[in-house]
Ligand binder design. Structure first.
Ligand code: ADP
Length: 383
């Protein structure tokens, strides 16, 4: 159903008003009649009108004088006006408010068909304008809601990060004491109690150590969220060499081969980049199948970015997990088969996003994974 629009008819002759009302009557409009300009102004204050049809020649306040008063008020300024004129057509050009709002004319005696169709056009325009206005304010409302929830989200994210930092920081200390005393107990009591007790103590120590690693990762994650970047020229070739030296015993034990292509020196936070590459390379040595691990690390320039690739021949990742493994505490493989807390890749993503880059994975389950990330060059700071 069409929205009802109010129409104001102004004429000093009651019979003219009635005749016009008879022509214009319809279910999608409500007609108000005024016999002079003052009565019209009163109605204009009380109601919202989509159209005013005003007789030009009225004794006290002429049609033009009324229209000029309407144009001077913010509330009535944009109401379209149709002047009804009984005199010569060029009389109409004397109205000075043409430049503001819509104005049209009807010449007496009124042609019913022309009158009806002109009025319908104005009513439809009014409805469309109203609808548009409502849509704009609905959009504005949605925008404000979105902004509110964004602000709320960033506050809760910041609170969560602060909580993670404080919690992990304060838990680290007692946990270190627990591990030290358990190690002491284990050393003192080994062989003196039953073999089972020795085993229980061993389990407890390794659980406490796992918890300690988890807290370290949590602390790293929240530190990255909190801290800024310490930018310097980072020699990625040298960085990878150091990481591979640290992982040397594991590489040797697994009989892994690691091929490193030419890597650039670019502006970045060296410590964070070390953490990122270390996580990716360690994962390549962790998620392995029956074959000895083969890892390739390469980099190429693509436009304004450096594209790094860490490729392995391990167990691969199902496509449904490509996105979710970069979230905190999400794991793609069972804890029993491959230990871990599911934080490493979310740390990698935080690091890369801080540098204004992106990280993703390509893989096929069973035939290795290829982690890729881009770092902008030159670095776009402020992330
Ligand atoms: P974690 O290794 O502690 O689970 P990560 O955040 O480093 O945490 O990894 C998330 C998940 O992504 C892992 O549980 C694993 O399923 C998958 N994943 C990461 N790296 C590899 C890889 N090189 N090959 C196969 N799967 C991987």
């Amino acid at each position: 159903m069409k929205r009802i629009v109010n129409i104001l008819l102004v004429d000093d002759q009651a019979e003219n008003l009635l005749a016009l009302e008879g022509v214009l009557r319809g279910p999608d409009r409500k007609i108000f009649k005024a016999l002079n300009g003052i009565a019209a102004l009163e109605l204009l204050i009380q109601h919202e009108f989509g159209l005013a049809i005003i007789d030009v020649h009225m004794p006290e306040l002429s049609g033009f004088a009324l229209a000029e008063l309407m144009r001077n008020s913010d509330d009535t300024q944009s109401i379209p006006i149709i002047f009804v004129n009984a005199g010569r057509e060029d009389d109409l050009t004397t109205f000075k408010g043409f430049e503001v709002g819509a104005v049209d004319f009807l010449q007496k005696p009124l042609n019913e068909h022309i009158t009806k169709s002109k009025v319908s056009v104005f009513l439809d325009l009014f409805r469309q304008k109203k609808l548009l206005k409502e849509q704009v304010s609905a959009l504005e409302l949605t925008r404000l809601e979105l902004e509110k929830s964004k602000a709320h989200l960033s506050t809760s994210n910041a609170e969560l990060e602060r909580f993670a930092y404080v919690a992990s920081h304060d838990m680290k200390e007692p946990l270190r004491t627990i591990i030290s005393y358990l190690s002491l107990i284990s050393r003192e009591c080994r062989g003196k109690l039953s073999a089972e007790v020795d085993e229980y103590i061993g389990f407890t120590i390794s659980s406490a150590e796992r918890l300690s690693h988890l807290l370290d990762s949590l602390m790293q994650l929240s530190k990255i969220g909190h801290g800024g970047l310490e930018i310097s020229n980072v020699d990625f070739g040298g960085l990878v060499k150091e990481i591979l030296e640290d992982l040397g015993p594991q590489i040797e034990q697994l009989n892994a081969s690691v091929q490193v292509g030419a890597l650039p020196t670019i502006q970045a936070d060296g410590n964070l980049m070390r953490q990122l590459l270390q996580n990716l390379i360690s994962n390549s040595l962790k998620y392995i199948g029956a074959r000895p691990p083969e890892i390739q690390i390469n980099c190429e320039k693509t436009g304004a970015n450096w594209l790094f690739t860490v490729k392995d021949n391990g167990i691969g990742i199902a496509e449904k997990d490509f996105e979710r493994i970069f979230k905190s505490f999400v794991r793609g493989h069972s804890k029993h088969d491959y230990p871990g807390a599911g934080i490493g890749l979310s740390i990698c993503r935080s690091i890369i996003e801080k540098h204004g880059g992106k990280i993703w994975v390509k893989s096929e389950k069973g035939s290795g994974s290829q982690f890729q990330f881009v770092v902008p060059d030159p670095l776009v700071l402020g992330h």
